[in-house]
Design a protein around this ligand. Sequence first.
Ligand SMILES: Cc1ncc(C[n+]2csc(CCOP(=O)(O)OP(=O)(O)O)c2C)c(N)n1
Length: 327
Amino acid sequence: MPPIKRTKFKLAPEQQLEMLYWLKLIRGFDERLSILVRQGKVRSGVYSGVGQEAIVVGTCYGLRREDYICPLHRDLGTFLMKGVEPRVMMAQMYAKTTGLSKGRDSALHSGVPELGIFGNTSMLGANLPVAAGLGLTFKMEQSDNVVLAYFGEGASNTGDFHEALNMAGAWQVPVVFICENNFYAYSVPFEHAMAIEDVAKRAESYGFDGVAINGNDVLAVYQATQGAIQRARAGDGPTLIECKTYRWHGHSEHDKAFYRTEEELAMWRSRDPIPTFTTFLQDRGVLTPENLQEIEGRVKAIVDEAVTFAESSPDPDPADAVTDLYA
Ligand SMILES: Cc1ncc(C[n+]2csc(CCOP(=O)(O)OP(=O)(O)O)c2C)c(N)n1
């Protein structure tokens, strides 16, 4: 493979502030959900993405509406960044009629084709061959849209992952494969299931570039993704980006995560992507105390309003369970 030319993508100060807003909104939304789960209010299983927000923001920032995402169960934030209103997302978690699937499902299985969101199933890795197929569609239509396909390092051990990467490489489709390597697949540590250090290495077998990056650095994620997207739009095929990160909560909110140590968690909490980026912006004079207060106030108001909306929305009528069915 010829070496990849790396371009530096510039972000204006207001775009950097917008990124901080998204990081904080996604964190705020997820944290509120954890509280609501403990209050018994949420009907959905909640797979918290707290600690991993830099991946969502760094990959989704700047996507077009027509671009497609194939999210992972932990990627609630990608729905928000792709244009789902926070109140609709909250109603989805409450399984209310005002949610994406009108109360038929309370999780992240809903697709929103008009916003370019593929509705994932529960099967790990099953979104990846679909992503390759979507990429093939874009290629056949000669459009320059791209697909972002998300998965965990656990999913990278499934057959679907290998089949998808193989075909994506053979067809040279515009897909960016984004591995969120948080080092645990449920309770299974990375090194128990893999003899290699970097999932990114697997791309080489399928004829395209793979890079491993710091997934807690929103700007590093943004730069790597933009480079991959630029190549994909130009017809230069897929890329695999492995973002090393950590999930602060258990696999889902009912998992106490006794399989890991307090020291390990503390070490990763010290690498929290949000204060790191906040300090970066403050040091450069981009973020003032007033900006920060405004962003935090806005986030709180949006999340509060989303909860009020979800709680005051009606439950589905059982008679509607058989509408919108396809045979
Ligand atoms: C094919 C398949 N095998 C097992 C499961 C059960 N399961 C759901 S999530 C999960 C762990 C996922 O780990 P990873 O892919 O690393 O993503 P993460 O949850 O860490 O973000 C498992 C084993 C499943 N849903 N599908």
